[in-house]
Design a binder for this molecule. Structure first.
Ligand code: GLA
Length: 361
C-alpha cells in the first residue's frame, strides 16, 4: 500500500503490517486421560498434537469478514459488529461457519478481511478440530493474553455457536507445549506441564464413526452430572464415599466415572513422571472401561477398536479420547509397536506439540 494524504495534505506512510496476511496454526489435541471431567471441576491430561487447523487472514477495507474453508467450500460474509448472542450466531449459514462468526463476535477484530481455513486434522473425529479453529482465529484476530484467557474466549464462542463444551480443548490447544502433556485441574484452572517420556509413543486411531457434540448425548451427560452435583457437590471434588448419597443407579454410575477418572488422571500423571509407562497404560485402559460402562459414551465400534489395540504386544493401554460417541482411540505404546499405516482406518503417530501461545514469536 502506498502513502495516504493526511488532513494537512501532507503524505504519511500507512504501516504495511496492518495489511499483511496473518497466519496461525491451531493444533488439535488428544486427551491421554480424563474425559468428561472438565465441566465437573475435575482433572485431565491432554496434549496438543502436530495435526491442526491453519487460518490465513488477509485484511481488507470492506468492514466484513468473509470465510472460506478449503474442505467445506465458501462460507458467509460476517459483519464486524455481529452481536455476541446465540440467536445472531445461530442464524449464520452454513452451520460450520458459526464458530468463526462467534469468534468475530467475541474477539472484535479491528478490521475486516478474508479468512481461509485449511485443516490437516480430521473434522468430527474427536481431535478437537473446533477448538483448533477457534484458537487459530483468536491469534489472527489479535487476541493476546495467556492460554487461560484465550481458552475462556474460545469457550464462550463455542457456547454462542450452540455447543456446551468445557475448557479442556481450547486450553490445551492454546497452552500445549512441545514434549509435554498438560495436567489441568478445572476446579482452580491450575495447570502443570508434564514431560512425556521419550520412549512413550502415542498412536491415535480413527474409529471411522463420525460424531458431533451438537447431536451426541453430550448435553444429556452434562445434565446428569449437574443433577448428581446438586446432591454431592462438584463431582471432580467428590470422593467415592459420597457416591452412596446418590439414589438412582444412573446418576451414581455417571458420578462414579467422574470421581474415579480424576483419581486415574492424578495417578497417570505420576506414572508418566516416573517413567512407569506400563502403569500409565493400565490406567488408560481402565479409563476406557469406565467411560464405556459407567458413563456410557462409547460405541461397540470404539470398544472393539480399543480392545484390539490394547491386546497388541507393546501396547500398554488404549482408550477412547474426547467426548466419545465415535471418534478416535488413543494408545500408549512402546516404540514401533503399532504401525499406523498398517491399520484399516486413518491413524497417526503423534507427538506433544506447542499450542498457539507457545508458537507466538
Ligand atoms: C469434548 C468437549 C470437552 C470435554 C470432552 C470430554 O471434547 O469439548 O470440553 O468435555 O468432550 O472430556
Amino acid at each position: 500500500m502506498g502513502p495516504r494524504a493526511g488532513s494537512s495534505g501532507k503524505e504519511f506512510p500507512v504501516p504495511e503490517v496492518r495489511r499483511a496476511e496473518r497466519r496461525a496454526v491451531g493444533p488439535g489435541r488428544v486427551n491421554l486421560i480424563g474425559d468428561h471431567t472438565d465441566y465437573n471441576q475435575g482433572l485431565a491430561l491432554p496434549m496438543a498434537i502436530g495435526l491442526g487447523v491453519t487460518v490465513r487472514f488477509t485484511p481488507s477495507t470492506d468492514g466484513r469478514v468473509s470465510v472460506t474453508s478449503t474442505a467445506l467450500g465458501p462460507g458467509p460474509e460476517l459483519p464486524l459488529d455481529l452481536p455476541a448472542e446465540r440467536a445472531a450466531v445461530g442464524r449464520i449459514e452454513p452451520a460450520w461457519a458459526r464458530l468463526t462468526g462467534a469468534m468475530v463476535a467475541v474477539s472484535r477484530p479491528v478490521g475486516g478481511g478474508a479468512v481461509q481455513i485449511d485443516a490437516t486434522l480430521p473434522i468430527g473425529a474427536g481431535l478437537s478440530s473446533s477448538a483448533a479453529l477457534a484458537v487459530a482465529l483468536a491469534e489472527v484476530f489479535g487476541v493476546g493474553g495467556d492460554p487461560e484467557a484465550v481458552a475462556a474466549l474460545c469457550q464462550r464462542a463455542e457456547h454462542l455457536a450452540g455447543v456446551p463444551v468445557g475448557a479442556l480443548d481450547p486450553l490445551i490447544c492454546a497452552g500445549g507445549r512441545r514434549g509435554h502433556a498438560l495436567l489441568i485441574d478445572f476446579s482452580t484452572m491450575a495447570t502443570r506441564q508434564t514431560p512425556m517420556p521419550e520412549e512413550a509413543e502415542v498412536v491415535v486411531v480413527d474409529s471411522g464413526q463420525q460424531r458431533t457434540l451438537r447431536t451426541s448425548a453430550y448435553a444429556a451427560r452434562r445434565a446428569e452430572c449437574e443433577a448428581a452435583a446438586a446432591v454431592i457437590g462438584p463431582l471432580g471434588r467428590a470422593d467415592t464415599a459420597d457416591l452412596a448419597r446418590l439414589s438412582g443407579p444412573v446418576l451414581r454410575a455417571r458420578a462414579r466415572h467422574v470421581v474415579t477418572e480424576c483419581l486415574r488422571v492424578r495417578s497417570c500423571a505420576e506414572a508418566l513422571a516416573t517413567g512407569d509407562l506400563a502403569g500409565a497404560g493400565a490406567l488408560m485402559t481402565e479409563s476406557h472401561q469406565s467411560l464405556s460402562g459407567d458413563f456410557a459414551v462409547s460405541t461397540p465400534v470404539v470398544d472393539s477398536l480399543a480392545e484390539d489395540l490394547a491386546s497388541r504386544p507393546g501396547v500398554l493401554g488404549a482408550r477412547m479420547t474426547g467426548a466419545g460417541f465415535g471418534g478416535c482411540v488413543v494408545a500408549l505404546c512402546r516404540p514401533g509397536a503399532v504401525d499406523p499405516a498398517s491399520l484399516p482406518t486413518p491413524a497417526w503417530r503423534v507427538r506433544p506439540a506447542d499450542g498457539t501461545v507457545a508458537r507466538r514469536g
